[in-house]
Write a protein that binds this ligand. Structure first.
Ligand code: PEP
Length: 253
């Protein structure tokens, strides 16, 4: 279990330069002001739309805020219209890339095999992958939550994983953007299951950060962050409000 919590915000397809930059500035100012409290307790990651990465890099560079891409193409460069390579995202200022988010799996039909290739591309570029997994409501009701997550993890992790280059985010699909949060018992049970799986099958990342995602907000962050084997949170909707996101960061301090 990691000591430093990772508080990550995924802005998805939201943000123009006006609101995106002022939100990033709000968060960067908060992080700078609380730098000594954050040290060793919480790292902050923002994954804005790709159009804002360079501009956000200017705003966040002097602060302890890391930037991440929301997706990447497995190749380094080439005829892949509309795509971005991991190297391009690194060049723009990112040090993390989210791979296998459930919206990419569901809407873009991404398979575990493709997620694994994108995760390997992230490693090739010298960055940390935040690999997302999580069951749907139907899978949970069928008693297949653990089986689903085990398959996703086993098949989405390439052999390039090393200590420090891979984070796992458990995000039950039914809790994303719905206002429904998994119970504390369910979160601890699944995070314990994932930790055991890593210890047995992927010992090189056995102690890596395990994030919970799914309707995290200022009001529930402290309780979620205090769960066993929860080393941080991946936040969607609530990360679009600068103050709310700062409240979530503060819950880790
Ligand atoms: C997400 O999309 O990763 C997410 C957790 O979204 P939300 O916080 O809005 O549920």
């Amino acid at each position: 279990m990691a000591n430093t919590k990772l508080i990550a915000g995924n802005w998805k397809m939201n943000g123009l330069s006006t609101d995106g930059l002022s939100r990033a500035k709000h968060i960067a100012d908060f992080a700078t002001k609380n730098k000594s409290d954050l040290n060793g307790k919480a790292d902050i990651l923002l994954a804005p739309p790709a159009t804002l990465i360079s501009a956000l890099h200017d705003v966040t560079k002097p602060s302890p805020v890391f930037l991440g891409g929301q997706d990447c193409h497995p190749e380094t460069s080439g005829a892949f219209t509309g795509d971005l390579s991991a190297e391009m995202l690194k060049d723009a200022g990112c040090s993390y890339i989210i791979t296998g988010h459930s919206e990419r799996r569901a809407i873009h039909g991404e398979t575990d095999e493709l997620v694994s290739a994108k995760t390997a591309a992230t490693h090739r570029a010298g960055m940390t992958a935040v690999v997302c997994v999580g069951e749907t409501a139907v899978q949970r009701q069928a008693g297949e939550a653990e089986k689903t997550v085990k398959t996703q993890i086993t098949q989405s992790l390439p052999d390039t994983i090393l200590a420090g280059n891979t984070v796992i985010a458990y995000e039950p699909v039914w809790a994303i953007g719905t206002g429904l949060t998994a119970t504390i018992e369910d979160i601890e049970a699944m995070h314990g299951f994932i930790r055991n799986l890593l210890e047995k099958s992927f010992p090189v990342i056995a102690t890596t950060h395990l994030l919970y995602g799914g309707s995290v907000k200022g009001a529930n962050a402290a309780q979620i962050l205090s769960c066993a084997n929860v080393d941080g949170v991946l936040v969607g909707g609530a990360s679009l409000n600068g103050q709310e996101f700062c409240d979530i960061i503060a819950a880790a301090l």
